[in-house]
Design a protein around this ligand. Structure first.
Ligand code: ADP
Ligand code: MG
Length: 703
């Protein structure tokens, strides 16, 4: 429940002065708020620049090309002739020189009224030189003495959307500031004093009413204060969540190694040093009485699945159960069969649970999990369902791929409590190497294990770029390869984020390739029924089909080691991380692999850079860094899919020092006042609500 004190901030922006239904719609668009922009959105939409009208030189001294405010007397009007398309000119002067004001398509009445001959006026706008004369085209301001007295010397400039006028937003922001309730301070006085920062309300006022152009710099105290608030809310939510997770002294899972040793002995290869190291770290966490919250990051093909299985085996050795949750059904099935292959002969019992398991089959799995006869459940979010309970869940692994929110991760862990036990340890797997600052902001101070090296014996993938006009050549090169038994993925483009169009494009390509390669071609896309998808995948895995045309459903984790060719159509439409993930689907087996990036020219700069990087390296960390550089942090994390919030007020890396401060302060709160009680606690709850991190508060009740 949101404190009612904050209601004015969450009221619709359409209730602000000067904002009618039409402007309201524009604000919805501007803020990307289809459910309706709120006053809070207006407040958090800070100016990006300013217009400085403080320079008030004499005309002779006024610099050409910049904004000036001139005190002048109106000398003459030169209206265009009745049929002329020329501008209306007004001559103004001071005792040092004169300026022509130029108005195209002018409203004559307005000009005559606002600039009567002989009157004293204040004119503000950009001064230009034209044909040797000073002129000002459409001055921003034409004011009399009274108007001049009210003019803002420095004006905010906001990011706008088509149809929205600057004035409207300035007025809306003014109205929004007037609705700000009186809020208590949530920061420790020491922090504010040390940085001499203003209050939240002062900072918002200052940010929207800049007095100098420096006010929009990230170093400005008001900007710092607001960034600190946002980062503090973010870190506090994460710290509270983590505290609630680790506080519960869970029962430790201490495996004796009997199952994992059997699995390891049966492997046709040995673990990489990174895999071994990760397992040492994970097993130490599992054995400790504190709850584990660990991120396992490793590039595609670095062998996370096996680490996951061995971690789960440790938990089973300790007499408990484990669960692995995947973001899609295909991936869940893939994991299930990979895990089963590794676990054969080890004595582990695994079951699959997705939305597709129904009736008696489902009931059997649910019963097995409840009575403990099943050791490991693999599935999708179907594992969350209330009817699913575990006898003793010790470890929940979430194969993240950035598709789950923080909340869902916790929910699976809580399945441990359904049996009256402790919440389960949590291991999150991610294939996108994440820079440390981003781990901090999005996952809090999670522990991190990293699989840096790839299993030995991987052969480099040859990557080529080819304009789509030369698709005929590609087909000719494919012919002998397919005849020799090679298997190829053919990924079809992402069309304007419309799944229906994606599917149409894939179907078209499928028909085209079928004409050439006959029944060697298969098709899989997101709109297919589960069973259809399965059989298409199975046919490809078995080699019945050798070319699998697919939409990006195969992006996440499909494992067919025999596939050695990856064709990506319209590769210019994919992001770097996505291209890397897709390419990672090949190069896993014996055969030499290749990746063909088909593109439709002309390529933009970014697309060119992406393709160049893809050709240059297979190093996922390097690619992630380049991706960050090319796209910005939010997108690397797929913030939109996962529901992870981006920052509105804080700018990273400019505010990185504040992030560290916010984190320290958040940890202090968790140490001193983890229940958020007393007046400071009240204030902190307001902060979390304002920044929409109140989910963390609900966890307090549960803890
Ligand atoms: P990820 O999930 O990190 O993308 P996978 O777990 O799917 O990677 O592993 C990719 C492939 O590498 C699988 O076929 C797996 O059997 C194999 N693999 C895993 N660990 C090793 C290893 N230590 N040596 C050789 N191959 C390995
Ligand atoms: Mg995998």
């Amino acid at each position: 429940m949101r404190p009612s004190l904050l209601n004015p901030l969450f009221a619709p922006a359409a209730s602000l002065p000067g904002v009618g239904p039409k402007t309201g719609k524009l604000l919805d668009r501007l803020f990307g708020a289809p459910d309706g922009a709120r006053i809070l959105d207006v407040l958090f939409h800070l100016p990006t620049a300013t217009i400085d009208r403080r320079n008030r030189p004499k005309i002779a001294d006024a610099p050409i090309g910049s904004v000036v405010t001139l005190e002048v007397t109106v000398v003459d009007h030169r209206a265009p002739g009745p049929r002329s398309k020329g501008p209306y000119r007004v001559l103004v002067e001071d005792d040092t020189g004169d300026v022509q004001l130029v108005f195209f398509l002018a409203n004559h009445q307005w000009i005559e009224k606002s600039l009567p001959i002989g009157a004293k006026r204040w004119i503000s706008g950009k001064l230009e030189l034209w044909d040797g004369h000073r002129q000002m085209v459409h001055p921003d301001r034409v004011l009399d003495a009274e108007g001049f007295a009210r003019m803002d010397p420095v004006e905010p400039v906001y990011a706008l959307t088509e149809g929205l006028f600057p004035k409207v937003l300035v007025k809306a922001a003014g109205g929004a500031l007037a609705r700000l309730p009186d809020l208590p301070e949530w920061h420790d006085q020491g922090v504010l004093g040390f940085k001499s920062l203003p209050s939240f309300a002062q900072a918002l006022n200052a940010a929207h009413r800049p007095e100098t152009p420096e006010a929009t710099s990230p170093d400005d105290p008001a900007r710092q204060r607001l960034a600190l608030d946002e980062l503090f809310a973010n870190q506090l939510a994460l710290a509270l969540t983590r505290a609630q997770m680790t506080r519960s002294k869970g029962s430790p899972s201490r495996g004796d190694g009997r199952i994992s040793e059997r699995i390891a002995a049966a492997l046709p290869f040995s673990l990489t040093a990174s895999q071994q190291q990760a397992l040492v770290e994970i097993r130490a966490d599992l054995a400790s009485p504190n709850r584990m919250l660990r991120l396992l990051q490793g590039d595609v093909g670095s062998g996370k699945t096996l680490v996951a299985l061995l971690a789960m085996a440790s938990v089973v050795e300790a007499g408990r159960q484990a669960a692995l949750m995947a973001p899609t059904e295909i991936l869940a099935r893939q994991h299930f069969s990979a895990l089963n292959a590794f676990a054969r002969g080890s004595g582990l019992t695994l079951a699959l649970l997705t939305g597709r398991e129904k009736g008696a089959a489902r009931a059997k799995v649910v019963d097995g999990l409840k009575d403990g006869s099943l050791n490991i459940a693999v599935g999708t979010h179907a594992l969350f369902q209330e009817s699913v309970a575990f006898a003793d869940l010790g470890l929940a692994i979430v194969d993240e791929q950035h598709r789950f929110g923080v909340h869902q991760r916790l929910a699976l862990g809580d399945k441990g409590q359904t049996s009256g036990g402790q919440p389960a340890d949590i291991l999150v797997m991610t294939a996108t190497p994440i820079p440390r600052t981003l781990v901090l902001t999005y996952f809090g101070d999670m522990d991190v294990s990293t699989l840096r090296e790839k299993p030995a014996g991987r052969r480099p993938i040859e990557t080529r770029a080819l304009p789509v006009e030369r698709i005929g050549e590609l087909v000719e090169r494919l012919r002998p390869a397919i005849a020799a038994g090679a298997r190829a993925f053919w990924v079809c483009p992402l069309v304007e984020e419309s799944e229906t169009l994606d599917v149409a494009a894939a179907q078209e390509r499928y028909i085209h390739l079928r004409d050439i390669f006959g029944d060697k071609v298969g098709l899989v896309h997101g709109k297919m029924k589960g069973a259809e998808k399965d059989s298409a995948m199975a046919a490809f895995a078995a080699g019945t089909t050798q070319i699998l045309v697919a939409t990006t459903v195969i992006e996440v984790g499909v494992d067919v080691p025999q596939a050695s060719i990856m064709v990506i159509e319209h590769s210019e439409r994919f992001g770097l991380a996505q291209l890397h993930q897709l390419r990672g689907r090949v190069g896993r087996g014996e055969a030499k692999s290749s990746c063909v990036l088909l593109y439709k020219g002309p390529l933009g700069e970014t697309a060119k850079a992406r393709i160049a990087i893809m050709r240059e390296t297979e190093d996922g960390f390097r690619i992630a860094e380049e991706d960050l550089r090319l796209r910005g942090e939010g997108e690397v994390l797929g913030a939109r899919q996962s529901g992870l919030p981006g920052f509105k007020l804080a700018e990273l890396p400019a505010h990185a020092a504040l992030l560290a401060l916010a984190r320290r302060e958040a940890l202090k709160v968790v140490e001193d006042n983890s229940k958020l009680s007393g007046p400071r606690g009240e204030a902190l709850r307001l902060l979390l609500n304002i920044f929409e991190r109140a989910e963390a508060i609900r966890l307090l009740g549960a803890g």
